[in-house]
Structures are given as structure tokens and as C-alpha cells.
Design a protein around this ligand. Structure first.
Ligand code: IMP
Ligand code: MG
Length: 170
């Protein structure tokens, strides 16, 4: 299988810097501290690069949730680990790799809301615009079409996560 570049490394870095500024500017009006909740495993590189560019105090939590096998959603969510810090009354920013059907994110948001955060926002690295996923995304890195992408954290059966760019399988 050969991988074609969809979004190159420089374009990713540049967009993440812009996104971090948008996010910093938004929160600065309200708070100096936010609580980031990274969705494992796909968001690791995006999470890290984004937060290194956010000019606020950032607390870290992670959830590990999966629904995919190969390149198709199983439609069932498996929670492998969950947040270990309280988010009650905090400004929470969920950091996701990609939103496709929205199933994963809807599930995560539903349960995080129960802890009564002061504010709950979402940033996703990629958004697939094919599905009407129905999730309110506050910040989006890139919108892409109906392609299965890998790299920059995203996998196909656990492969290709460490490619420094976003590619698609031909
Ligand atoms: P959703 O629940 O359908 O929105 O899918 C979201 C999750 O499925 C993401 O967090 C990814 O882990 C995975 N996923 C969806 N599309 C892709 C893709 O094109 N490449 C790799 N993983 C994907
Ligand atoms: Mg994911």
C-alpha cells in the first residue's frame, strides 16, 4: 500500500499555531487556566503541538476510547480509560484527532457534561464533512472529504501513527 500526502508537515505546524492563538484569545476573556482532555490515542501529536502553543495554564487529562476496526467504525464505543482529575467547575477543552460520524465525541461529551464543568468546548484536528455528524465543534484544524487518513497520530490497524504528515491510502 502506498501513502499519498494530503496535508504536509509545514502546513500542519502553521495551522496548529493559528489554532492555538484562536483558542488562547478565546479563553483569555474568561480565565487563565483550562483543563485539556485528550482523546487517545490518535490525538497525541495534535494534543502536544497544540498545547505547547497555548499561552494559558493547561491541566492535562486523557480518555482512551475506540470504535474503529481497520477503516470502518464498529458503531460501538469501548472505554479503555477515563479522566483521573476532577473537571467540575473548570474550563474544559476536549482535544480530538478526527470527527467522522461524531459517535465517539457525542459519547465523550455526554459523560463529561455530567461532572458539571463550567465550560465544555471541543477542538478537533480534522473534520470529515461527509457525515452530518451533528456535533458542535468549537475549533477545527482542517476539513477533509471522504477519505480514510493516517499519520500525525491517526492509524490504520495501529499502523502509520508516526508519519509526520497526514496521508491517505491509495
Ligand atoms: P466517529 O466516532 O465516527 O466520529 O470517529 C471518530 C474516531 O474514529 C476518531 O477518533 C478516529 O480514532 C477514528 N477515525 C475516523 N476516521 C478516521 C480516519 O480517516 N483515519 C483514522 N481514524 C479515523
Ligand atoms: Mg480517536
Amino acid at each position: 500500500m502506498s501513502i499519498k500526502v494530503l496535508i504536509d508537515e509545514n502546513t500542519i505546524k502553521k495551522r496548529i499555531k493559528e489554532l492555538a492563538k484562536e483558542i488562547t484569545d478565546y479563553y483569555k476573556q474568561y480565565t487563565d487556566t483550562i483543563h485539556a482532555v485528550g482523546v487517545l490515542k490518535g490525538s497525541v501529536h495534535f494534543f502536544s503541538e497544540l498545547i505547547l502553543n497555548i499561552d494559558l495554564n493547561v491541566k492535562y487529562s486523557f480518555v482512551h476510547v475506540s470504535s474503529y476496526q481497520g477503516s470502518t467504525s464498529t458503531g460501538r464505543i469501548r472505554v479503555k480509560s477515563w479522566i483521573d482529575e476532577s473537571i467540575e467547575d473548570e474550563y474544559v477543552l476536549v482535544i480530538e484527532d478526527i470527527v467522522d460520524t461524531g459517535l465517539t465525541l457525542r459519547y465523550i461529551l455526554k459523560y463529561l457534561r455530567k461532572y458539571r464543568p463550567k465550560d465544555l468546548k471541543v477542538v478537533t484536528f480534522l473534520e470529515k464533512t461527509v457525515c452530518d455528524h451533528g456535533v458542535d465543534l468549537d475549533f477545527v484544524g482542517f476539513k477533509i472529504g471522504n477519505v480514510f487518513v493516517v499519520g500525525y497520530g491517526l492509524d490504520y490497524n495501529e499502523k502509520y501513527r508516526n508519519l509526520p504528515y497526514v496521508g491517505y491510502i491509495e
